[in-house]
Design a protein around this ligand. Sequence first.
Ligand code: F6R
Length: 600
Amino acid sequence: MCGIIGYVGSEGGDDALGVLIDGLSQLEYRGYDSAGVALADGGIDVHKRQGELSALQSALALEQFDGDTIGIGHTRWSTHGPPSDANAHPHTDADDRVAVVHNGIIENYQALRDELAAAGVEFESDTDTEVVPHLISQQLDAGVSNEAAFRAAISRLEGSYAIAAVFEGADTVYAARNESPLVLGVADDGRFLASDVPAFIEYTDRVIYLEDGEFARLTADEHVVIDGEGAPVETTIETISWDPEDAGKSGYDHYMIKEINEQPAALRECFRGRLDELTGRVDVPELEGLDPSGTVTFVACGTSYHAAMVGVRLLQERGVPAQAFIASEFTTDTLPIDSESLVIGVTQSGETADTMRAIREANGVGATTVAVTNVVGSSAARETDHVFYIRAGPEISVAATKTFASQQAALTMLATALSGERSRDLVTDLRAVPDQIQSVLDSSNAREIAEHYHDADAAFFIGRGYHYPVALEGALKMKEITYSHAEGFAAGELKHGPLALVTENTPVFAVVTGDGRLAEKTIGNVKEVEARGTPVVAVTDGQSDIERYADHVLSVPATSNVASSIVANVQLQLVAYWTATILGRSIDKPRNLAKSVTVE
Ligand code: F6R
C-alpha cells in the first residue's frame, strides 16, 4: 500500500508543492519508506528521499521554488525493492519527459522489464513501477500524444494500480485506476487526485470516486473521466460530510476498525498472482527450493504465534511434520535444530526482538530460515534465506487485525506450496474469503453482543482444530484493547480446570463451523458450559445445531476449515472492538503496549 496525490491549479492559485506535501502528510499512514514529488511547470523536476516525509521536507527546504501549479507526489510502502532514494517514486523515463507515481502491484512487471531491457532501456530502480514511464516513453518516441501514450502503456499492465503521470511542458495530470483506490477532487481553481480523500479535504470536499478500468484527465478547470475504450463516463460529484480531523482514518473513528474493514482488500493483495484456479496450484516463487523433509519449525510471538499455530496444522494435515514455538521460548541450545532444519519466523513487523533472536540462533546453526512478514526490508526480511511477504499494507493500530488474516492466508499458501499439493477446491475457497469477510463486516451483530456483555467479569473463548488459535486470538484481542480478563482455550481443555471459572457473568464464545467430528465435540463442551448457567455466544455457519445451546449467534458464511477460521476471527475482532469502544478505551494505542516490540 502506497499513497499517491496529483494536483493541477490555475495560475496564481495554490502552490503545487505545498498542496502535494500537505496531501502526503495525510497519506503517510499508507506507508512511509520514502516520499517524493515531481513538479511539472515546464520541465520535470523530481525530488525524492528515503525515509519519512520529513526527510523530503528537509531536503526541499534547501531549494528555491517559484509557485509551480502542477505536480504529483507519492509516499511509499515498499513491495519491490527495499526503501531507498532510487526506489522512491516518482519514476521517470530516461529523458525526463514523463514522471509517474503508482500504488499497487504490477504482476507482469518482470516480463515488461525484460522486454524493455532488451530494447536498450536502463533501469534505475528495483520497482515494478519503473516500467510505466519507459513504456510511455516508447509510445512518445512513436509520435503519439501524451494521452494516447499514457493509455497505451496502461493497457499493457496486469495487476493493481492507481497511477498518475505528468508530462514535460503540459498542463495536464493523467490518471488510471484498477483495484487500487483513486479519488478525484474538484475545486473552483484546481483539480486533485489521491489515494484517499484526506489528502485534499483541506482544499475541497467535492469528490468523484474512479472505478476500475477508468482513466482521468485533469486540468485546472476541467476533469474528464473516460472508460477503457476511450468513451466519456458520466460522473457524479459527491460531497464529503466527515470532518477533516478524521483524516488518515478515512472517516473511521479508529485505525483498528479501519484495518478490520481493510481485510477483504488486504487478502486480495495477498493472493494476487499466487493462486491458480485452473491447476489448483499455489505459485510462490519466493519459496522455491525449500525442502520440508524434516520437521518444519515456526517461531513467532503474540498474534503471529497464533498464525504460526495455524501453519502447523496446515502442514501436519498435508503430511509434513511441524511445530511452533513462542519465539522467546525457542533456543537451539536444547532443540535439535541444525543445518537440515527449516525454521520459519512469522512476524508482521519483521522487527520483533524475540523472533529475531530465534531466527538468528537458527541461522547460527546453519538452518534454512524463512520470514513470513509484512514489511519489506525489515530485519526479518534481510536476515533470512527466503522471504514471503503477506502484503497486508501498513497496520497502524497496535492490535494486529488485518495482518493476522493475511498471515493465515499466506501460511495456507505456504503449506500448500511446500507440500506440493494441488487443490482447486482450496484455491476456490481462498478466493471466496474476501467476499465472505465483507458479508460479515456488512451484517455483523457484534456491537449488540458487546453491549450485552461489556461489563462481564471475564470472557472465555473456545475452539478446536483451526478454531483453537482463533479462540486464543479472540481472547488476546479482548484483553489487549478492553483491559478485561479474557482467556482462550482448546475447547476440550475447559473441563480439565478452567470450567471452575465459568459463572452467569462470564460469557463463553464458542467457534463452531461445519457439522463434522470437531463441531460435535465442541458442542459437547458447550453443553457442559450451558448446564452451569453460563451464557454462550456461538460463532457459527449454521451447519451444526450449536444454535440450540447458544444465547447469541454471530453468523459466518459456510466454507472450508482453514478459510472458515479466517472469516470467524473477524466476528471476534469486532466484538473486542465494540466492547473497547463502549468502555471508552484507548483503542489504537492500548496502555502499556507498543506496535513493534524491539526488546527481549
Ligand atoms: C497483538 C499483537 C502482538 C504481535 C506480537 C508480534 O495484537 O499485535 O501480539 O502480534 O508483538 O509482533 P510481530 O508480528 O510484529 O512480530
